[in-house]
Ligand binder design. Sequence first.
Ligand code: OAD
Length: 257
Amino acid sequence: MQFDQSLLDTLKNAGHVCVFTGAGVSAESGIPTFRDALVGLWARFDPAALATREAFKRDPALVWGWYEWRRMLVCNARSNAAHRAIAELSTIVPKLTLVTQNVDDLHERAGSFEVIHLHGSLNKPRCFACARFAVDPLPPPDEPIHGRHLEPPRCSHCGGKLRPGVVWFGESLPTEPLAQSFAAAKDCDVLLSVGTSGVVEPAAQIPDIAWRAGATVVHINPDAKCVRNAREFWLDGRASDVLPQLLKKGFKSEKVL
Ligand code: OAD
């Protein structure tokens, strides 16, 4: 892949890199995205029936079973070259902030630390009644059968039903992670937006915040759009192909004097 020379020069001199990831970064680990035609989760399932508070109130076993199926997919998956390139990048640049919309733990399993999870985590359920996070870790998920009803476990504090620890439609994002993400976007020199459709607010603002604060914004996505602005690049390709090359040709190559 050929990269713009001005982009490579910018990468070489970056002090603070913010990496903002979406479902596309885990796609090659076999985790379905949300909005890709046919295979995306929201092309196959109704979010109103599975990813809202009302859905859980109506049928907690359906919702818990669906998220257990997703947790099973993640448990059986492995991180891919894109997750690993991002973990490696944190050892190369002076400062890296990793912000993800993903509820899987594939960044952590690839070696990234201090991952900011904007939309929560499949592994951190909390109580639907008292909102406390579960103390005990979830056991490994059972059979990977979607559509199966599973009764949610109970909260050890109040006996309420545990709900998946993810942000549902109509809910606010966790305050501190959102503030940290916006602050990193304002502060960074380079923002890499990897594998996201960029349509879900408020996370979708992150590349724009970075761009308006003067950063160079690089989108990595096989569904590339045209360049709209100066300091904005669209790299057309899969994250696991593009990121390792970007590391080699940009961040890792000799510093510009
Ligand atoms: P989407 O499914 O909306 O977008 C995934 C993006 O990844 C698309 O733009 C694809 O073109 C791109 N893509 C697919 N394969 C790729 C690959 N191998 N390499 C790079 N890019 C690839 O997923 P998100 O943008 O993450 O919210 O969706 C945002 C939020 O919407 C999710 O966090 C979820 C969902 O509702 C919650 O769960 C709260």
